[in-house]
Design a protein around this ligand. Structure first.
Ligand SMILES: [Cu+2]
Length: 263
């Protein structure tokens, strides 16, 4: 019996495998999680951006990238944004971070381009029930990205691939369309709690959590080499007023590199 089969056939019982979404939680699940409509719903497609050598190796161009097995030079985008870590920790030094550093799908910096890089942050009101729909647009065979959320356990309510046999590759548009037509199946029978979930290749995962833990929580693919190329975002729950004060004389850090100039 395989847990989390790579073929992601999760919509029917089978003898050879079981999907996480088919497990049942031994504990009681927050009633709000089991309501049909969450308070906040976020679709997060993720993919790779393939650089052409002439984009990457122009003089004075120092983009980060990952050299993949096949020789491709890639960065990662979640909702068309490649995550950049901020120069200081938001939790203790939010006022040291320029506001322009942050962005999200609804607030993209002007002229950000197709390799848009900023500190991707999604703001969530404290105590909201949040639903996240991850959509694998990478579609690399046998590659399932293990997404991990800090600060919470979430309940997995759906996992699978497109039920439409004619659709060879899932993408955000198709997932939104499936959702509108009620074809992104969710189950509310004691959904299991996890803090990491592998998104099936060419498939999707739907999970929910109650945002009752304020702060700046990193949500990211757990392959370290994907973290380095931007497969992350911050789930920012609540406001500064919901956080305890920063202790007196708490150590500070920042960007210790002087600005680089090329002459
Ligand atoms: Cu990944």
């Amino acid at each position: 019996m395989v847990l989390n089969p790579l073929d992601a056939i999760c919509n029917r019982p089978r003898k050879d495998a079981v999907c996480v979404s088919q497990l049942r939680n031994a504990r009681k699940v927050d009633e709000g999680i089991l309501e049909e409509r969450p308070d906040v719903k976020i679709f997060l497609p993720f993919r790779f951006l393939f650089y052409r050598p002439e984009q990457l190796f122009r003089p004075h161009t120092y983009n980060k990238f990952l050299a993949a097995v096949g020789g491709d030079h890639v960065i990662s985008l979640i909702d068309e944004i490649s995550f950049e870590f901020p120069p200081s920790p938001p939790l203790s030094q939010i006022h040291d971070i320029p506001q322009e550093q942050f962005c999200n799908g609804d607030n993209r910096p002007a002229e950000c381009g197709n390799n848009c890089m900023c500190t991707h942050q999604v703001d969530i009101p404290l105590n909201a029930v949040v639903e996240v729909v991850l959509v694998d647009e990478v579609q690399s065979p046998n590659l399932s990205h293990p997404f991990h959320l800090h600060g919470y356990a979430f309940n997995v309510v759906g996992i699978g691939r497109s039920p439409d046999q004619n659709v060879k590759k899932i993408n955000l548009k198709h997932a939104l369309d499936l959702d509108r037509r009620g074809l992104l199946h969710r189950h509310f029978n004691l959904p299991p709690a996890k803090d990491t979930i592998a998104v099936p290749n060419n498939g999707y995962v739907i999970f929910r959590f109650r945002a009752d833990n304020p702060g700046y929580w990193l949500f990211h693919c757990h392959f370290l080499f994907h973290i380095l190329i931007g497969m992350n975002l911050i789930i920012h729950v609540g406001t500064q007023a919901d956080l305890p004060p920063v202790p007196h004389n708490f150590p500070k850090c920042g960007n210790h590199l002087p600005p680089i100039s090329f002459h």
